[in-house]
Design a protein around this ligand. Structure first.
Ligand code: 5GP
Ligand code: ZN
Length: 145
């Protein structure tokens, strides 16, 4: 039997730095220093809290434990943890509140807290007069089309 060395499932990546990065925290970051009582759910790599200034009832933030500003700097396991948490929280909100008809789930650019977080914002039929172009409202002059 021949062995194709190009297809070995090993490489030289050292994953210790990745594991270490999961423990990165920053002093004076509100999301690194949340009190335990604010945390409504937790898994290995992320937490969920209620937003302090709700856009709509049950507005939730899903936050990786690692202090990192940009979603695209997260490692895949953290993205998986965030996705699982979003699904869990979505399910809980739908169970609790039958008026919810949809969600916006969005990691903001132009954020004010530079510890990345995903907003999970429940939506309800009729909550805005004309919902067309919703996500386009990130650039208000481009929302209507
Ligand atoms: P962004 O960075 O995505 O623009 O906004 C930060 C979000 O964090 C806002 O929705 C704001 O209401 C929320 N927020 C700001 N300070 C606190 C806080 O101390 N606790 C919680 N739970 N949310 C906060
Ligand atoms: Zn932080």
């Amino acid at each position: 039997m021949t062995c194709n060395t190009n297809k070995r499932d090993t490489d030289d990546t050292d994953f210790r730095n990745v594991l270490d990065s999961y423990n990165d925290r920053e002093a004076n970051c509100i999301f690194c220093e949340l009190s335990a009582s604010r945390i409504i759910a937790e898994n290995e790599l992320c937490i969920a809290i209620k937003d302090a200034f709700l856009v709509t009832e049950h507005h939730t933030l899903v936050i990786p434990k690692q202090h990192v500003a940009d979603y695209f700097d997260l490692h895949q396991p953290e993205r998986n943890a965030i996705k699982a948490m979003l699904h869990d929280q979505r399910g809980k909100i739908l169970e609790e509140d039958p008026t919810v008809t949809g969600f916006n789930a969005d990691a903001s650019a132009g954020q004010t807290v530079f510890h990345i977080h995903v907003h999970l914002i429940p939506r309800r039929e009729g909550d805005v007069v004309d919902p067309r172009g919703g996500v386009r409202g990130v650039i208000p002059s481009k929302q209507k089309y």
